[in-house]
Design a protein around this ligand. Structure first.
Ligand code: HEM
Length: 183
């Protein structure tokens, strides 16, 4: 760490700065949309009927286990997120740079248009910490280093589907790049 500062700027990256990054926020949300695929499991505590948005109903019994997989149900639904397998850094950005929260399916506004943190009472309590860590990492890497792809025509790697259900997924191959300190 002290080596990073020799001859370079001593960065004081504050929470206030991290709160004013609408483009990076959209890029982070898009990254989570494409790479986070947890399986959310719930124990059914009493008999009940679940009503789906399309009108279907499911009777679930006490003692059943229910698992929801938002990745296929929401994240890569082409109706909610057109061209769902492309990374679009501004997918969650309005033209005026505010956060985009309007997503539709069959004409209805979708409340949970991504669910990388799960939902309900057990929604990830580490999400603010994790998001800040992600943003700090990107910010500091870009400020301190210059990057260059070894292969300029490199494509974004696919994801390793064997990790579906576990949370964040890993790329299915490495991407080689060069980097050096800017200062
Ligand atoms: C990108 C990083 C992360 C992702 C994608 C993620 C995702 C999730 C998901 C999907 C759940 C389950 C939610 C549910 O069942 O409804 C969860 C639960 C949880 N996460 Fe995270 N998480 C991340 C980072 C973290 C970090 C950094 C911490 C702690 C500092 C953390 C602590 C927890 C805890 C304690 C729970 C259990 C909550 C409960 O059952 O009440 N997570 N997380």
């Amino acid at each position: 760490p002290s080596g990073f500062q020799q001859g370079g700027p001593l960065l004081n990256l504050t929470r206030e700065m991290l709160m004013k990054t609408p483009i990076l926020d959209s890029a982070v949300e898009e990254t989570l949309r494409l790479t986070v695929a947890p399986l959310l499991t719930r124990a059914v505590l009493q008999d009940m009927t679940i009503k789906m948005a399309d009108g279907r109903q499911y009777f679930i019994r006490q003692g059943d286990r229910v698992a929801v997989f938002p990745y296929s149900a929401v994240h890569i639904d082409p109706e909610i997120h057109p061209d769902p397998h492309s990374f679009k850094y501004d997918r969650f950005l309005n033209p005026d740079r505010t956060k985009k929260t309007d997503f539709y399916k069959a004409g209805n506004k979708v409340k949970y248009y991504t669910m990388p943190w799960g939902a309900g009472v057990s929604m990830c309590p580490g999400r603010f910490f994790a998001t800040n860590e992600l943003k700090q990492f990107v910010f500091l890497m870009l400020v301190y280093f210059e990057f260059e792809l070894k292969n300029p025509d490199e494509n974004i790697p696919g994801i390793d589907f064997r990790r579906w259900g576990f949370g964040t997924m890993q790329p299915d191959r490495d991407v080689q790049f060069r980097y050096r300190l800017r200062h």
